[in-house]
Design a protein around this ligand. Sequence first.
Ligand code: DAK
Length: 260
Amino acid sequence: MEFANVLLEKEGAVATLTVNRPKALNALNRDTLLDIKAAIEACRDDAEVNVIIITGAGDKAFVAGADITFMQEMNALEGREFGLLGQSVFSLIESIEKPVIAAINGFALGGGCELAMACDFRICSDASKFGQPEVGLGVTPGFGGTQRLPRLVGTGMAKQLLYSGDMIDAAEALRIGLVNAVLPVDELMPYVKKLAARIASRGQVAVRFCKVAVNEGMQTDIDRSMTLEADLFGLCFATQDQKEGMKAFVEKRKAQFVGK
Ligand code: DAK
């Protein structure tokens, strides 16, 4: 599948979506958001894809934000429409029942940091920089930043970043829990691809149920989320993967999962 602003490559059961506007540091305009949406939908509908990696083209940026040139002359209604589009694309990434990993290879600012936060987790290079600089442009974050950042790093740290617009480096992002690991630039993609392949080799129904359980559970009270966990655990026993996984353990061999 070909897109103007996104590259989509498959290696085994892992798809890599690269936001591809390196001259504008991969900034997100309307067309790029629509391409990301179409590429994610293609991965969702492709039974061969188990795990998705999102990264940015070039050696400088993951995504340097929403496209400021594109937004500059918007009126209020156009701004609202653009905000809703971004929110819907990022919600799709968050809710799609396949793991999505952000491999952050440079600036992840504004909409770029928000894109990374919509992914299941984030791994970055040591050259990466993060921030929500929108207040410096006279706007609030519009693609979920005010909501996902406090959920990831706590309200105090989120407010400091949102109010100041300051950038933080990879070490600080690791310290506050915004990313899970920091790798030298050259080691980032090999590390993320290996991790993605490992996830892709597990029982996929179980992996997907884990995503549903965590996402749903974080939005509801502990009693309801424990019930959901029990229901999903029970449902696993209706799958071939559960039978194969446990049989393989008893027979001391590697399980051959079919994702059913
Ligand atoms: N938009 C458009 N172009 C961008 C860009 C961006 N966000 N970031 C970089 N570029 C372009 C630059 O204009 C430059 O283009 P040319 O001049 O070469 O044509 C090229 O990328 C290279 O950038 P620089 O020359 O600036 O590179 P430097 O290494 O000097 O600096 C930088 C890198 C990342 C520190 C700097 O480019 C920068 O500060 N960029 C802007 C970062 C930023 O402020 N990001 C947040 C964007 S605002 C909402 C909807 C959405 C949003 C908010 C509300 N509603 C509907 C409510 C979202 C807002 C944002 O994300």
